[in-house]
Each structure stands twice: as structure tokens, then as C-alpha cells.
Write a protein that binds this ligand. Structure first.
Ligand SMILES: Nc1ncnc2c1ncn2[C@@H]1O[C@H](COP(=O)(O)OP(=O)(O)OP(=O)(O)O)[C@@H](O)[C@H]1O
Length: 293
């Protein structure tokens, strides 16, 4: 197997990723063909309506589940093709995972420093490597001076940053964070976002965060909207884009769908450097692209 040995950010590639939950009442297709490329050191928010598949996607990136079909690649490793032991090693070292609800990631009666130190011991057991002094990780996350506080005594924002510190304990190349700012006040939320930015800029770590907060998406710079188990659209630097999936399909924005409901027949006209969707009776035409300079 190829290794991810670099300490800098890891790339993520998803190709036609499908995930099906086998449930008693019937199968649930949670992801229906996700195509996504994230460059090393990028910061990406996964946004979208409840039940659209965000948590399923982050669980696949975290190696907690394998895709039913398609390819999920973290750095050089195709996580659908590696053994359970290799997957466990990847999870313990290359991937930092911060679950939703900061305190679920932490031992409440232990100090912040001990929480980071214990996470490092677990990582060293899986793959012996040089580990960063825990104090340096706390400093990166703005927790200097709080190392000897018990987790249960921390205010919510500091607890969230402590959970990120534990996620960063083994200096992973990819940090996955589920709802990092939910239930935080504005100040605490800004401190958490500043901490994530520090991780990204100072360590080069790739960051993927699931969030319901549109401001988080805007602040991270790239917001990928998951809709009905697919990549629906992307916001980049304040602009909104539709995305062509690997099978050539495009999810139309909700306001266009109001005018063109599912089942509408369209002809795709490509002429004079313009691509236009036109209804059969020519009552609606939607210019979708222009390749004119
Ligand atoms: N363990 C499971 N068994 C069966 N179905 C599941 C399971 N987990 C999720 N689902 C279903 O898969 C779909 C996607 O769920 P997922 O939790 O990934 O969405 P989400 O976008 O993260 O939602 P939320 O924002 O509410 O957390 C939903 O229809 C959900 O009901």
C-alpha cells in the first residue's frame, strides 16, 4: 500500500461515491454519486439541508465506513481497497476527526493537556512517529494557560477548541470537523474559526467541516452544498456555481427548479458559443453557459 507520510495537507478525491444504508424498512441511498476534489491544504465546508448526506460523506472520509460503490481517496490511499488494519492506522494518524458535540471527543475529568497527551499515546501505538509537544498544539488553538484545566470546567468555545486540539494530536494531514460552531455564541464561534484557520495556515492541514452555519461556509472560502446525496452547488469567494457531476448531470438551483419542475422536457441548444436550456414550447429558456470570450 502507498503511504501518506507527509505532514502537510492531504488531498481528497471522491469519484461517483454511493452509500447505501441497509435498514429494516428498506435500503436508504444516502449518497447517490458524489464527485468532489479537495486540494492539499484547502478549507471546505459541507453544507446542505438535513438528511442530504453530509454526515455520511464525512464518515466515509473519516474511514468510519466504506463506500457501497465509487472511490474515496485520501492522499494516495484508496480507503475502499485497504485492509481493516491499514484503515485503523490511517484513522489513528493521517486523519483527525472531531465529532459533533465537543465533549464527546474529550475525557471530562482529565485536563486539556492530558486529553491531547492520551490521544498522542494512542497514535504512537498505531504508528510510532515524532509527535509535537502538546503545549505547542494548545498554543496553536489559543489554549495556552488552559492546559491544566479539567475539560468539564471549560466554557463551550474552549471545549470545542480542546476537541480540535485532540483531533490535531497526531498532526494529521486531514482534519474533519462536524458542526464546529453549533450552540456557540458569536465570540466563541469566532475563536473556533480563528483556531481552524491557524491549523490550516500554520500546519497546512486540509480541513473539511460539516456546518449548518452559512457564515462558516463563507469564512472557510469554499462551501460545497450536498443535496439529495449529490454535490448540488458550490460557493467560492462569494459566488455560487452549479457543478457538473461525473455522470454529466447538473443540479439546477432551487429557484430554477420552480420554473422547470422535475419531468420538464428541455432541449439543450449549443450555438454561437452559448449553451441554453429551452422548454419544448419555447416558453422558458435558461442560458447555462457561454464559451465566448
Ligand atoms: N444508520 C443509518 N441507517 C439508515 N439510514 C440512515 C442512517 N444514517 C443516515 N441515514 C439516512 O441517510 C440519509 C443521509 O443522512 P445524513 O445523516 O448523512 O444527512 P445529513 O445531511 O448529515 O443530515 P443532518 O444535517 O440532519 O445531520 C438520510 O435519509 C438519513 O435518514
Amino acid at each position: 500500500m502507498k503511504n501518506n507520510s507527509s505532514l502537510t495537507g492531504l488531498a481528497v478525491v471522491c469519484r461517483r461515491v454511493v452509500h447505501i444504508y441497509r435498514a429494516e424498512g428498506g435500503d436508504v441511498v444516502a449518497l447517490a454519486g458524489v464527485d468532489l476534489d479537495i486540494a492539499p491544504g484547502e478549507r471546505v465546508a459541507l453544507v446542505g439541508p438535513s438528511g442530504s448526506g453530509k454526515s455520511t460523506l464525512i464518515a466515509l472520509l473519516a474511514g468510519l465506513m466504506r463506500p457501497s460503490a465509487g472511490r474515496v481517496q485520501i492522499g494516495l490511499v484508496d480507503i475502499g481497497r485497504i485492509s481493516e488494519a491499514e484503515l485503523a492506522r490511517l484513522r489513528g494518524t493521517d486523519l483527525g476527526v472531531v465529532l459533533q458535540g465537543a465533549r464527546r471527543n474529550l475525557l471530562p475529568y482529565a485536563t486539556v493537556l492530558s486529553n491531547v497527551w492520551l490521544a498522542q499515546r494512542r497514535a504512537a501505538h498505531v504508528r510510532p512517529a515524532d509527535l509535537e509537544p502538546p503545549e505547542r498544539i494548545l498554543s496553536l488553538l489559543g489554549l495556552t494557560g488552559l492546559g491544566h484545566r479539567k475539560v468539564q470546567d471549560l466554557p463551550p468555545g474552549a471545549a470545542q477548541r480542546a476537541a480540535i486540539a485532540v483531533g490535531m494530536a497526531a498532526s494529521p494531514g486531514l482534519l474533519l470537523v462536524d458542526e464546529p460552531t453549533s450552540q456557540l455564541d458569536r465570540t466563541a464561534r469566532d475563536e473556533v474559526l480563528a483556531a481552524l484557520e491557524a491549523v490550516n495556515t500554520e500546519r497546512g492541514t486540509t480541513i473539511v467541516a460539516v456546518t449548518h452555519d452559512p457564515d462558516v461556509g463563507a469564512r472557510l472560502g469554499r462551501a460545497v452544498t450536498i443535496r439529495d446525496g449529490r454535490v448540488g452547488s458550490e460557493g467560492r469567494d462569494g459566488r455560487e456555481f452549479a457543478v457538473i457531476a461525473g455522470d454529466g448531470t447538473v443540479q439546477l438551483p432551487p429557484d430554477v427548479l420552480d420554473v422547470l419542475p422535475p419531468g420538464t422536457l428541455l432541449s439543450v441548444e449549443h450555438a454561437n458559443g452559448k449553451v441554453t436550456l429551452v422548454t419544448d414550447d419555447h416558453s422558458v429558456s435558461v442560458p447555462v453557459a457561454s464559451d465566448a470570450a
